[in-house]
Design a protein around this ligand. Structure first.
Ligand code: GDP
Length: 392
């Protein structure tokens, strides 16, 4: 996306400068354009200082315009070295140097994408919660993960104790912050019984989901999927959280064979269609040994939820999807056009489609695009978001 700032006028707080600031703020690469025929001016020096002072972390290209002749261009740019950026002679009129400029911009964008990745991964410890109906084995999983002593709760019923998060490291080295929901569960069991407990546990699950990055939704192998599981699943999707479905007490399924998991998966997929992207892990929490798989799956989900597709790959996927199936024509003969697409955010991965008219993309087409994106680019374990924006 190219943003034209309309010029930077270095009178402080002028509307133009504010606009330029906003544009520069949002940019991954900046083209600082100066006039090679006019030569170096005080304003150029001011802008260079301003860029260095506030945007030293950004990729700046100093382009010296009006250098029609490559030979003369070298002379024309010499003054501009004092600005502290290496000047590139170009001519908007004749096209001289514009190819190099484009290459430089692209290399800057690639680097910006990498930096963004690294920046965001520092100090970030994803939070994981284990939710599900009472008795499905949440505490057992939690104990297997972090050790018995972690789940000790205040024995006094009804005491409101803040949830205590525990940090732990999975077998693959991924750190997690475990949100304590098991302790809360024990209090609920003391406080009430029957349907009230069920209702309470849904609300607690909702609260835990809100604070989580990845949610392990535990269901019991021999029990049916209930309305409650569905409500939890819906909430996970709605809040854009990563998710894995843990089918616990797998040991209780009699006469298992290789097909069992396949049949089971079909059933789960059918009933929890909203989480069709979530991986399924079969576990026997009481034996402890399968619990590592839960955490490995959670790490993978976390990585997917934080994954960034390069703009080039993304647009390739979109172009292919478009070529395979165009948006439908309206009765008036109008058809939706996608100009380009960019991944605007991670956690969850969010893609913005810039289009001629968002109304020309019906829900069915949007779902088709999401399906294609998943088919080509994956993102298992995380919801993805597609936003459609008008651009004229
Ligand atoms: P929570 O209410 O979801 O925290 O469930 P708990 O962890 O307290 O487990 C409820 C009951 O199920 C306990 O009696 C556990 O021993 C039992 N349980 C948990 N996991 C398994 C499992 O994998 N297999 C079997 N057979 N029983 C389990």
């Amino acid at each position: 996306m190219v943003v034209d700032t309309g010029g930077v006028i270095t009178v402080s707080k002028s509307k133009n400068e504010r606009q330029a600031t906003a544009a520069v703020e949002e940019s991954s690469a900046i083209i600082f354009l100066v006039d090679g025929q006019a030569g170096l001016t005080a304003a150029d020096v001011e802008i260079a200082d301003w860029l260095r002072k506030h945007y030293s972390h950004k990729f700046v290209i100093l382009a010296v315009n009006k250098c029609e002749s490559p030979k003369k261009g070298i002379m024309q740019v010499s003054d501009f070295w004092t600005l502290g950026f290496s000047p590139l002679p170009i001519s908007a009129l004749s096209g001289t140097g514009t190819g190099e400029l484009l290459d430089l911009v692209c290399s800057g964008l690639a680097k910006a994408e990498e930096d963004l990745h690294e920046e965001q991964d520092e100090d970030y410890v994803p939070a994981i919660s284990i939710v599900g109906r009472p008795n499905v084995g949440k505490s057992s999983i939690l104990n297997a993960l972090v050790g018995e002593d972690r789940t000790i709760v205040s024995p006094i019923s009804g005491t409101t104790r803040d949830a205590i998060d525990t940090e732990f490291t999975g077998p693959d080295g991924q750190k997690f912050r475990l949100i304590d929901t098991a302790g809360i569960r024990k209090r609920a069991a003391v406080a009430s019984s029957g349907s009230t407990t069920e209702a309470l546990s849904v609300n607690r699950a909702f609260r835990a989901i809100r604070r989580s990055d990845v949610v392990a939704l535990v269901i019991e192998a021999m029990a049916c999927i209930t309305e409650q599981d569905f409500k939890i699943a819906e909430r996970i999707e709605k809040e854009g959280k990563g998710c894995l479905i843990v089918v616990n007490k797998w040991d209780t399924i009699p006469n298992k064979n290789q097909q069992s998991a396949v049949y089971y998966e079909q059933d789960v997929r059918e009933k929890l269609r909203i989480l069709q992207w979530a991986p399924i892990v079969y576990a026997t929490a009481i034996s402890g040994h399968s619990v590592d798989r839960v955490i490995v799956a959670a790490s993978e989900v976390e990585k997917e939820r934080s994954r960034r597709l390069s703009t080039a790959t993304l647009n390739q996927v979109v172009q292919e999807a478009l070529a395979f199936k165009s948006p439908p024509r309206t009765r008036g003969g109008k058809r939706g056009r996608i100009y380009y697409c960019t991944q605007a955010a991670i956690r969850p991965p969010t893609f913005v489609f810039f289009v001629n008219d968002a109304n020309l993309f019906p829900e069915t087409y949007r779902r088709y695009m999401e399906k294609q994106l998943r088919k080509d680019a994956g993102f298992p374990g995380t919801p993805i978001r597609l936003l459609w924006r008008n651009r004229r």
